[in-house]
Design a protein around this ligand. Structure first.
Ligand code: LLP
Length: 425
C-alpha cells in the first residue's frame, strides 16, 4: 500500500524521527515557487523585486534560503527584523512595514540599514523623519496607500476598505499631501514611491488588476499635482493558494506574469514613470509546501459526529477557528483505502472552537494513525500559540530524501523560560 511521502521521505519515518505534531516543508516546492515568482515578475520597462512577506512563516533557515535566491524580505516588527538580521539577509532588500512601528523598532531598522520604510500614516511619517534625522541615517520610504478595492476574501484578512486600519485612503488628499510635505522638508527621508496591498488569499486576478489601475491613476495624480515622477510601486502580496480540492487558483508564476503585464499596460497608457515594481507574496510562497502531521489519539461519537482527536489543534493552527479556513486531510498510511467515513477532526485545546476540519471523508481511522493536513505552510507556525501550554511543534524541511530540523520542538522548560518564579524571600 502506498504511503504518503514528502520530499522523498515517508511521513511515518519523519514522525518516528521528530515526533508529532510536526510541521513538514517540502523545500523543493518552496524553491520552485520562489523561482517562478522571480522568473515571471520581470519587465524590460522597469526594475522588479520579489520580497517574501515573512509573517507567513518567519524562520532563519527560510530567510537564508530565499535571500540566497535573490528575494527581498518584508518585515513588520523588530522581531521579524531580528530574524532577518540573524539570517544575514541583504538589508537593502528589506521592507519595514507595520502600522505602529515603535521608536525603538525604527531606530533598530535605521541602524540595521533596511532598504525601505513603508509609511502607514502621518504620525508615523513625522516620527520617521525625526528618528532618521536624529540618527543621521538616510532612508527610502514608500507610502502605503489604500486603493479601496474590495476583494472576495474573509473580512479579517481584507485590508482595502475605505475605513481600513492600513495605509491612507487613496482619496484622502489632505493626509497624503501632509506626508509628501513632511518628507519634502527632510534631508534624511526620501519618498521613493507608493505601496498598496488589498488583502490576502485573493484568488481572482481582476482584483489585483483593479488595484493596479487605481494605483497608476494615483501616480498620475501625484505627477500632475506635485510633480512627483520616477516612482517605485509595490503591489503588496495576497495571491491565493489551494487549500481544498474545490479551490481554483492561478499559479504564483502566472499571477506574477499577469501583474507585470498589467502594470506595463497601465504605465504606458497613462504616461507615468515607474522605475521599480515590487511584490510581497507570503502565503503563496510557502503555503502549499507545508504539511501538519498529527497522531490520532482518542476517537468518539458525540451526537451524530464522529470525532478524531489529534495531538495538536488550534494552538498550532488557529486559522480554522479564526477565519473558518478549510483544509484537506489524509491518513498517511491508508491512502489507498476507500473513504467510507465522515470525520470531524478536533484538537486537544480546551475550546469548543478547536476544530481543524468540520467534516472530511477518510478511510476508517484508528488511534495511532498518522493524519496529515495539507497546505498549512503559511500562517500556521507563525500564528501558533502556547494555549493550554502546548509546546509549538518542531519544523522540518525535507528535500531529496533528506530531512533537516529547522526549528526544534518547544519543551515544557522552553515554555516556562520567562517565568520569574515568584518565591517570597
Ligand atoms: N504585504 C502586506 C503589506 C501584507 O499586509 C501582507 C499580509 C502580505 C504582503 C502578504 O500577504 P500574503 O501573500 O501572505 O497573502 N493571518 C492571515 C493572513 C494575514 C495577512 C496579513 N498581511 C491568514 O492566516 O490568512
Amino acid at each position: 500500500m502506498s504511503e504518503l511521502q514528502i520530499g522523498g521521505i515517508s511521513c511515518r519515518q519523519l514522525a518516528e524521527e521528530y515526533g508529532t505534531p510536526l510541521y513538514i516543508y517540502d523545500e523543493a516546492r518552496i524553491i520552485n515557487q520562489a523561482q517562478s515568482a522571480l522568473d515571471n515578475f520581470k519587465s524590460d520597462m522597469f526594475e522588479t523585486e520579489v520580497a517574501f512577506a515573512s509573517k507567513a512563516f518567519s524562520s532563519i533557515y527560510l530567510f537564508k534560503l530565499l535571500s540566497r535566491m535573490g528575494l527581498g524580505l518584508d518585515v513588520v516588527s523588530g522581531g521579524e527584523l531580528y530574524g532577518a538580521m540573524q539570517a544575514g539577509v541583504d538589508m537593502s532588500k528589506v521592507y519595514f512595514h507595520g502600522n505602529n512601528k515603535g521608536d525603538e523598532e525604527m531606530t533598530m531598522a535605521l541602524e540595521a540599514g533596511v532598504g525601505y520604510f513603508v509609511i502607514d500614516n502621518v504620525m508615523e511619517c513625522r516620527r520617521l523623519v525625526f528618528a532618521a534625522e536624529d540618527a543621521g541615517i538616510k532612508v527610502r520610504a514608500l507610502l502605503r496607500v489604500n486603493p479601496g478595492i474590495s476583494a472576495h476574501t474573509h473580512e479579517y484578512i481584507m485590508t482595502s476598505a475605505p475605513d481600513s486600519k492600513f495605509g491612507i485612503y487613496v482619496k484622502d488628499r489632505i493626509h497624503i499631501k501632509e506626508v509628501i510635505d513632511i518628507i519634502a522638508g527632510s534631508s534624511m527621508v526620501e519618498l521613493a514611491g507608493f505601496h498598496s496591498h488589498i488583502g490576502s488569499q485573493i484568488v481572482e486576478a481582476e482584483s489585483f488588476e483593479r488595484a493596479l489601475d487605481t494605483m497608476t491613476d494615483f501616480l498620475l495624480e501625484m505627477k500632475e499635482l506635485y510633480g512627483i515622477d520616477d516612482m517605485e510601486l509595490s503591489i503588496g502580496g495576497g495571491f491565493g493558494i489551494k487549500y481544498v480540492d474545490e479551490d481554483e487558483v492561478e499559479s504564483l508564476g502566472d499571477m506574477c506574469y499577469r501583474m507585470v503585464r498589467c502594470a506595463e499596460d497601465c504605465i504606458v497608457r497613462k504616461g507615468v514613470n515607474v522605475t521599480k515594481l515590487i511584490t510581497e507574496p507570503g502565503r503563496s510562497m510557502v503555503g502549499e509546501a507545508g504539511y501538519s502531521l498529527y497522531t490520532i489519539g482518542d476517537m468518539k461519537v458525540s451526537g451524530d459526529k464522529h470525532y478524531i482527536f489529534v495531538n495538536g489543534g488550534m494552538s498550532d493552527n488557529i486559522r480554522p477557528a479564526l477565519y473558518e479556513a478549510e483544509y484537506g486531510a489524509a491518513l498517511v498510511e491508508k491512502q489507498d483505502l476507500p473513504k467510507t467515513m465522515n470525520y470531524c477532526v478536533a484538537g486537544k485545546n480546551c475550546e469548543s472552537g478547536d476544530v481543524l476540519i468540520k467534516s472530511v471523508k477518510l478511510p476508517e481511522a484508528m488511534p495511532g494513525d498518522l493524519l496529515v493536513l495539507f497546505s498549512t505552510g503559511a500562517y500556521g507556525y507563525s500564528m501558533a500559540s502556547n494555549y493550554n501550554r502546548l509546546g509549538r511543534p518542531a519544523v522540518v524541511f525535507v528535500k531529496d530524501g533528506k530531512s533537516r530540523l529547522v526549528i526544534r520542538r518547544e519543551s515544557y522548560r522552553d515554555q516556562y523560560r520567562l517565568e520569574m518564579g515568584g518565591d517570597d524571600d
